[in-house]
Design a protein around this ligand. Structure first.
Ligand SMILES: [Zn+2]
Length: 667
């Protein structure tokens, strides 16, 4: 290879890796397997080794991890938080062992621990108290996520015992979501129509990024402590023994640590865990091998990107090759249409696989999948196996091109793909696949507020064929309901009363209740401020809609698509006949003196919750928003304001205190 050729190749690789780095670290949505990513990275490393003159400071090999994300305070790590070198090869583990022994000029003991596929964090203790927790970030600086970490019950807020050498200590560990919590979380999200996490690591990373620690607490995160970056004191010589001491001092230290004196012992342990890891409480993707003695660690030191005294051995993801016979489609409760590969059944890590997810249209195009292709499927921490690649050299020429369908497989209506979405959706609100979810939403509190019409009852009514759409709610009679299991005369009467009462709901709630994609209560308010009746909205053009501040083109298109569907128009006519309100009761209230003003909150309010404040603004005709832009009128700064405050200052947006805000709404 000549240098010009190498240069081109290096540039291509860097571009790819930068892209995948972004997908993995910043978005938490990797689109290739870790193995494929590591192969790309290694190819680049190798080329740069051969042509060192081509190394530039912006190469992915010259930096660690990704940029810290917005909103959390950034903190500098006292000891650099480097990632470990990792390998899939036993030979490289042997070479590591040779390097270590040569470097130290003696035999060593290795401490071998499970490698948890989670999120690396560091915890700082001062005077025995937990004072700071942070993410790895770029290795030098991370996000201060102390509040979120405090919700993890296995993190001690105070160190037990009175060992002076442990009172001011930094420890590192891996935050993870146990497999069981992960399954439960995804089931709940599926029910709520939220996007599901690809694997437990993404779920844990996504959770730690939440700004509301109350939400974090609900997710059930956990942690294993595995590293003490600096020798705690002269009495601690062995890292392993220090961890043991920590486990007696309140920390959840990683279990099953093994001390090994030879490489063969290490390999034996690697083999032992190859299958055993399946039954472990969380995802284990390899083993970490560390030199145990703190002094030896210091002697060996660091390269620019990783310690010389440790290496991670990773298990290959479980893959298999089989024939893709066909592609079917599933309709989720929000109308999302997912392509599913129908496979020649094949055994993979103990179970028979006959279906695998293909994610969406773009993924199929990107991989160039044809029907009849041999494909590589992979089962990682994911719920469902996925198709990762096509084996193109096994093509016979008989494979057929694949075209994404244009209609819903359940109801046959035309399907739509919104501008910024990867998914096609069925927007027909009478589609049987979506009826249950649509009715539950219709009856919910901010919508029609029908008390007693929860999802259990809705499921029953739909399964029995009594409800075929939410208009049918208004035809329900007391006898039908009373006959249902666990209902009875009294609760049936209450339900009928609640249904009757819902006819008085205001236009804004009715509009929201329709469940038009992308129209939350906020957008609904904006629309009702602008249009006096549903007919005006139906007749609105995309230009009319997208010019409304806070609506924009994507939401506008969503509204247009919804009303293009005849069945949706029929539904509205039926609801009108039942006396549902599709007009504003009166002109905008005289009190709506915040009309057209946009507010953003940062920090904590003392006098009310953020939700209460936002609802007050809406009542007064204003618009609460979650992000600061030039269009923002006021940023209300509560206690400990975050980065939105800085952004407001930068953009020249007016910032006001909580007291000023209270005075403003009192007027
Ligand atoms: Zn449909």
């Amino acid at each position: 290879m000549n240098i010009a050729h190498a240069k081109k190749k290096i540039e291509r690789l860097r571009k790819k890796i930068h892209h995948h780095n972004y997908q993995y670290y910043v978005l938490n949505e990797p689109i290739i397997s870790d193995y494929q990513y590591d192969q790309l990275y290694k190819e680049l490393e190798e080329l740069e080794r051969l042509f060192p003159e081509l190394i530039t400071s912006d190469s992915p090999t010259q930096r660690i991890g990704g940029k810290p994300l917005k909103e959390f305070k950034t903190v500098k790590h006292t000891v650099k938080m480097l990632s470990l070198d990792n390998t899939y090869s036993e030979d490289e583990v042997r070479e590591f062992d040779k390097r270590v022994k040569k470097g130290l000029g003696k035999d060593v003991q290795y401490e071998v621990t499970l490698k948890i596929d989670g999120v690396a964090v560091t915890l700082l203790y001062k005077n025995g108290k937990f004072v700071l927790g942070a993410t790895r970030g770029d290795g030098l600086r991370g996000d201060d996520i102390t509040q979120n970490l405090k919700t993890i019950r296995t993190i001690p807020l105070e160190i037990l015992g009175d060992n002076k050498e442990l009172m001011d200590i930094e420890v590192r560990g891996e935050v993870f979501l146990p497999k069981k919590s992960f399954d439960r979380l995804n089931r709940e999200r599926e029910k709520q129509g939220l996007h599901i996490f690809a694997n437990p690591r993404n779920a844990a990373a996504g959770t730690l990024k939440l700004l509301d620690s109350k939400e974090v607490a609900k997710r059930g995160l956990d942690i294993f402590i595995h590293t003490i970056p600096e020798q705690p004191g002269p009495h601690f010589i062995s890292h392993y023994k220090s961890l043991k001491k920590l486990s007696l001092s309140g920390f959840k230290v990683i279990p099953d640590i093994k001390l090994c004196s030879t490489v063969d012992e290490i390999f034996q342990y690697i083999k032992e865990w190859q299958d055993k890891r399946e039954g472990f409480e969380c995802e284990v993707d390899g083993l970490v091998i560390k030199v145990d003695n703190f002094n030896d660690q210091t002697t060996l030191g660091y390269t620019i990107k990783s310690p010389r005294w440790a290496i991670a051995y990773k298990y290959q993801a479980k893959q298999a090759i089989t024939k893709l016979k066909d592609i079917h489609f599933q309709v989720g409760r929000t109308g999302r249409i997912t392509p599913v590969a129908i496979l020649d059944p094949i055994s993979l890590s103990g179970s028979t696989i006959s279906r695998a997810t293909l994610h969406n249209e773009d993924e199929i195009k990107r991989k160039g999948i044809k029907i009849g292709d041999y494909v590589i499927i992979e089962k990682g921490g994911e719920v469902i196996p996925k198709v990762v690649d096509v084996v193109k050299n096994r093509r016979t020429g008989k494979e057929e091109d694949f075209h994404f369908r244009k209609t819903c497989p359940v109801c046959g209506e035309k399907i739509y793909r919104l501008l910024d979405e990867a998914d096609w959706r069925c927007v027909n609100s009478s589609c049987p696949a979506q009826i249950k979810r649509a009715i539950s939403h219709f009856a919910s509190r901010q919508a029609m507020d029908i008390e007693g019409c929860g999802y259990i009852l809705v499921d029953k009514l739909v399964d029995k064929g009594i409800l075929k759409g939410f208009d049918a709610i208004y035809s329900l009679d007391i006898e039908t309901i009373a006959k249902l299991e666990r209902m009875g005369e009294k609760s049936a009467q209450n339900l009928i009363n609640a249904i009757e009462k819902s006819k008085k709901r205001e236009f804004v709630n009715v509009l929201y209740a329709l469940g038009i994609p992308n129209i939350g209560i906020n957008a609904s308010n904006l629309l009702v401020n602008e249009f006096k009746s549903i007919d005006q909205i139906i007749n609105a053009k995309i230009e009319d809609l997208s010019k409304i501040d806070g609506i924009g083109e994507i939401v506008g298109q969503s509204i247009i698509n919804y009303f293009k569907n005849k069945k949706n128009l029929e539904l509205i006519e039926k609801l009108k006949k039942f006396g549902i309100r599709f007009k504003s009761k009166k002109q905008i209230s005289k009190k709506a003196f915040l009309r057209g003003k946009t507010f953003v909150f940062t920090g904590e309010l003392d006098s009310m919750t953020r939700q209460e404040a936002q609802s007050k603004i809406r009542k007064l005709g204003g618009h609460p928003s979650s992000s600061v832009s030039k269009k923002t009128d006021f940023v209300v700064a509560g206690r400990d304001p975050g980065s939105k405050y800085k952004k407001a200052k930068k953009l020249g947006v007016k910032t006001i205190s909580e007291q000023e805000f209270l005075n403003m709404i009192k007027r």
